[in-house]
Design a protein around this ligand. Sequence first.
Ligand code: FAD
Length: 444
Amino acid sequence: MRASNPKSDGGRSPRIAIIGGGITGQTLAIGLLRRNITSFTLYERASAFREIGAGIGFTDNAERAMKALDARIHAGFKSVAAQNSDDWFRYVDGFNHNPQNPGDMNEELMFKMYLGERGFEGCRRSDFLQKLVDMVPSEHVRFRKNLRTVEEQKDGDGVVVMTFEDGSTAEADVVIGCDGIKSRLRQLMFGPSTNAKYSHKFAFRGLIPMSKARAALGEERTAVRVMHLGQDAHALTFPVADGALLNVVAFATDPNPWQTDPEEEEGGTKFVAPATRAEAMRAFAAFGPAVKTIMSLLPEKLDKWAVFDTYDDPVPTYVRGNLCLAGDAAHASCPHHGAGAGCGIEDSLVLAELLAATAEIGEGSRMTEVLQVYNEVRYERSQWLVQSSRVVGEMYEWQDKECGRDAERIGKEVERRSHLIWDYDVDEMVKTALKLMEGRIKGR
Ligand SMILES: Cc1cc2nc3c(=O)[nH]c(=O)nc-3n(C[C@H](O)[C@H](O)[C@H](O)COP(=O)(O)OP(=O)(O)OC[C@H]3O[C@@H](n4cnc5c(N)ncnc54)[C@H](O)[C@@H]3O)c2cc1C
């Protein structure tokens, strides 16, 4: 990591606008601060930073990216993460069962993946976000700033004027859209045709008090990460909140269009709709007793989340001029690899390193080239994640033509793809980016 002096560019430091304070925007802000870059402002649409209470897991690559951005991010995650009590991620057949024995909680193991030191631990999203928020001083943050338009000034050396919904404006030399799956900046850069589309799966999400979960399902099934596979639906369970809660994400395939609310929310279609425990139980009625029991323990009133992604209409690039996209704004994927937010953290790491190096060598006015390097390093991997997340989601629901219900085939393919995510060398990614940038500058 470079410790740069933002004043060393001989002129003013580039003004960086971060749009959106989710995991991507916050980790980018912290990474910049860690590299002594203070000339940034984070603009957030809401009146406070918010995350839902549901769980999130981070894979090994994400943990390494956290450490490289700022060790405090990683320590913050570890302080709220629940340790898996076992080194294996289990994939079980949650579907086939003996109807004569409705009390039999056993599910046949289809395959398991070794996690070991890798972790893949889960936490409550809101707990992790709070850790991040605490690391970004409030002078860098503007709330109730809902980005509406951006305009690159013709004679302003790439200066961008942003207009917000409240009519206020602000200038920046680079605008980084970390504004999530419904990204306004993505729309402004590439048009509404790049809006995320329905993947035809939705998820019931809920938390079960661990004492209840354990009493019904036993210790073994609740202390580790378990993927319950089945026909046209699947459910993931893992402990969060220091083991006090069992997080449930239960996906079902939906051939219908996602029902859109006539009063659509800001930014387009509402992805969350009210649901009930009875509805979740109906969706898993054909499954075995263990999965049915999990559904029966969910709270009576639930939310269901439509799974949208950018698989159908990916953006052609993450950069246009001095505008750039990161995190879900760039590459919203289905959550089936559990790696979307981790991929956003990798984006933040490259951006923080490139912007720090830029400030150090006094290239603040050549933002477009810096951003192009970011695009070159990040586009292929993150777009692959979008594709692969769809593929493994189909495998978990026995819809993949090659693998069908074949445990060995699914296991091999899921493991191969997972390791492409987990084993990624984030240090090498940074080295490549810095080398590319150096080459560009020398080549001028
Ligand atoms: C069911 C489910 C389970 C998942 N599980 C995992 C998991 O286990 N592991 C994992 O790594 N990933 C997981 N993901 C993916 C992960 O949730 C996302 O990749 C991640 O939250 C994206 O973070 P972000 O900061 O890019 O966007 P967001 O979290 O969407 O943040 C965007 C921010 O921008 C703000 N904003 C939006 N528009 C504007 C605007 N116009 N102006 C100003 N501000 C704006 C918003 O208010 C928000 O604060 C899961 C996703 C789902 C749906």
